[in-house]
Write a protein that binds this ligand. Structure first.
Ligand code: PLP
Length: 384
């Protein structure tokens, strides 16, 4: 049989029914430890839940399958996974090149935790391949790519970046949070490791934090497995189970997120209160052609910049009714945020500073007409 469809795998991989009761949903193994049949007699290899837990195993096998990798790992948050990955890949003296509009927390992690540990960091526009090439140094170890990027929705060419990185012996990591594995699979384009904040589309319901790493590189996987156990920022069984439950509907949710976002981007495009709509599904987005090639859809995230500057952006953010003012993204409910003071507050004053007239929308799966009406009414209120 050929490989089952994504939606089939999302529902079945690692989800065998419970053999003792027939329960269609595997139990949540809410346990910290496991009885041993004599010293070292582990049932199924489980000894202690920091090292392994069957509910986490089912999530990790599912994540690996959906990203097309051999090894999947689940963590307590996206940043916890990123931290473990960076510890696995870097040693003091190494140099990291990072996209210049990655999630602010990712930049903060490297800049405030790894740079003091002896890591060099440069940020570069990952859509400018010549600039990326020029920023590689003899001690560069990691190219950190986020596409679509947060919050400017830039699209970077993963395959081209992999070619540049690998030619210089540099590992390429892709944060695939915005696209989700339903729309984009960086490992298939040559990336070495994929990271996710599963808090977003994978969990999908704004009710659980989590992070994921997927790789097919056995050596990296071995180091990550050791650090996951030795440091311990794992997802608990309940969080792993909630994430698995979310993933089962990923395909239908992301289809709807994308369709709603496309309709909203088109409705807002050209609005007199806005000077730009950042959405890769629009023909005039500089990354439109690349996104159409590299992704299977354009996703649910949109940013807009307001002609009225900071005051208008802040007022718009606080004027919607269905779009709720909150951090985060990727849940079924629509959210609106002001990156400069929220998700990207930590990069103010750095090269990653985001425009102060920018507003970010995480488009949910509500009725699209209601969402468009909410945004247009809020823009009316702002512009008087
Ligand atoms: N990567 C991206 C693109 C994000 O948007 C976020 C969080 O907003 C993270 C990573 C960090 O994930 P978490 O908040 O689960 O630690």
């Amino acid at each position: 049989m050929s490989q089952p469809d994504f939606s089939t795998r999302a529902i079945h991989t690692g989800q065998e029914f419970d053999p003792t009761t027939g329960s269609v949903i595997p139990p949540i193994y809410q346990t910290s430890t496991y009885v041993q049949d004599g010293i070292g007699g582990f049932r199924g290899g489980y000894e202690y839940s920091r090292g392994g837990n069957p509910t986490r195993t089912s999530l990790e096998s599912l994540l690996a399958d959906l990203e097309g990798g051999r090894h999947g790992f689940s963590f307590a948050s996206g940043l916890a996974g990123e931290d473990i990955l960076l510890r696995a890949l870097l040693a003091p003296g190494d140099h990291v090149i990072m996209g210049n509009d990655v999630y602010g927390g990712t930049h903060r992690l490297v800049d405030r935790v790894f740079v003091p540990w002896g890591i060099g960091l440069d940020t570069v526009d990952m859509t400018d391949l010549a600039a990326v090439r020029a920023s590689i140094r003899p001690n560069t170890t990691v190219l950190w790519v986020e596409t679509p990027s947060n919050p400017l929705m830039k699209i970077s060419d993963i395959a081209a970046l992999v070619e540049i990185g690998h030619a210089a012996g540099v590992l390429v990591v892709v944060d695939n949070t915005f696209a989700s594995p339903y729309l984009q699979n960086p490992l298939a384009l040559g990336a070495d490791v994929v990271t996710h904040s599963t808090t977003k589309y994978l969990g999908g319901h704004s009710d659980v934090l989590g992070g994921a790493l997927v790789t097919s590189d056995d050596e990296i996987a071995e180091k990550v497995r050791f650090l996951q156990f030795a440091v311990g920022p794992v997802s608990g069984p309940m969080d792993a189970w909630l994430t698995v439950r979310g993933i089962k509907t990923l395909a239908v949710r992301v289809e709807r997120h994308s369709a709603n976002a496309q309709a909203i981007a088109e409705a807002l495009h050209g609005h007199p209160a806005l000077d730009r709509v950042y959405y890769p599904g629009l023909d005039d987005h500089p990354g439109h052609e690349l996104a159409a090639r590299q992704m299977r859809g354009f996703g649910g995230m949109i940013s807009v910049s307001l002609r009225g500057g900071v005051a208008a952006a802040r007022a718009f953010t606080e004027s919607t009714e269905l779009f709720q003012l909150a951090e985060s993204l990727g849940g079924v409910e629509s959210l609106i945020s002001y990156p400069s003071e929220m998700t990207h507050a930590s990069v103010k004053g750095t090269a990653l500073e985001v425009p102060e007239n920018l507003v970010r929308l995480s488009v949910g799966i509500e009725g699209v007409d209601d969402l468009v009406a909410d945004l247009l009414a809020a823009l009316d209120r702002v512009t008087g």
